[in-house]
Design a protein. Structure first.
Length: 289
């Protein structure tokens, strides 16, 4: 915590890309924190090259998954190390992160903190542990986990099991070396003809396209398959991506059932005050195509 170490904190009333960049230069900030979409906005802002960011020593991000290609670009353009961490309001702080002096993997949320237990519960039965590499629900146990939701026994019973494990609602997997990777929020999963499609996986692939600045994927109703994945794409400044080009890129990196069935190019995406994409609001910009 910056306050515990005596660091000065620079707070903005609302996220605005150039204001963030200006604050880094003006205050000679050594650490920068933003959600992944916030970094994407800063990368795409014309002011990106006008401010001195050389004071930065490290950056952190969380709140949503960040595509590895975007994380690498952030490190290159900002000239500092980016650390991805994971936490929840219920945990009152982070539950996982990367050790500063040890190996880290772009796109991973690292490993559980020393006082935290993390387990990947099988999607069909969270009491069973999913094997390495297989997605399941991220379960957390330890002193940062509360006893339950005050005055809401139903929510407590749904989120906590008898062993004290908290069901986070995040789908994740643990690789062979113990690093944790978030796949998506379980509630954001798109069910298309019985197949599970996770928007964040598609967004990571889309973000790796050179003409894409930001991307969000949501489900749209379909009479035959129940739901279809639709991608909303903000092009990079000056770029003119095509639907065919985006589709071809997706087919190279995704299983056929995961490829978005619809593409819509948009000037911006619905976000909250911190810059986090609001997937549930994508319908407000949908053109019905």
């Amino acid at each position: 915590c910056g306050l515990l170490t005596g660091a000065a904190l620079v707070l903005l009333e609302r996220f605005e890309a150039e204001a963030m960049l200006r604050a880094v230069e003006r205050c000679k900030a050594t650490m920068l924190e933003a959600v992944p979409t916030g970094f994407m906005y800063m990368l795409a802002d014309p002011a990106m090259g006008r401010y001195d960011l050389s004071s930065l020593e490290r950056m952190t991000t969380g709140g949503q998954t960040i595509p590895p290609a975007t994380a690498a670009e952030v490190e290159e353009k900002f000239g500092a190390t980016l650390m991805e961490l994971w936490g929840m309001t219920e945990l009152a702080g982070p539950g996982t992160t990367h050790a500063w002096a040890c190996e880290r993997r772009l796109g991973s949320i690292g490993v559980a903190l020393p006082y935290v237990e993390a387990r990947i519960g099988a999607l069909e039965d969270s009491a069973a542990t999913a094997p390495a590499g297989e997605p399941g629900e991220l379960l957390i146990r330890g002193p940062i986990v509360p006893m339950g939701y005050y005055g809401n026994e139903a929510a407590t019973e749904e989120a906590f099991d008898e062993g004290g494990w908290f069901r986070t609602g995040d789908v994740a997997y643990r690789d062979g070396d113990g690093f944790l990777w978030i796949v998506d929020r379980r509630k954001d999963m798109i069910n298309t003809a019985g197949f599970n499609v996770y928007p964040a996986e598609l967004e990571r692939v889309l973000a790796a396209h050179p003409d894409v600045s930001m991307a969000a994927v949501g489900g749209v109703p379909d009479r035959e398959k129940g739901e279809l994945a639709k991608a909303y794409i903000v092009p990079r400044p000056g770029a003119e991506p095509t639907v065919d080009g985006i589709m071809a890129h997706c087919r190279k990196h995704l299983a056929p059932y995961k490829v978005p069935r619809q593409i819509q190019f948009v000037p911006d995406l619905p976000v909250n005050s911190t810059g986090k994409i609001l997937r549930r609001e994508l319908h407000t910009i949908d053109d019905g195509g």
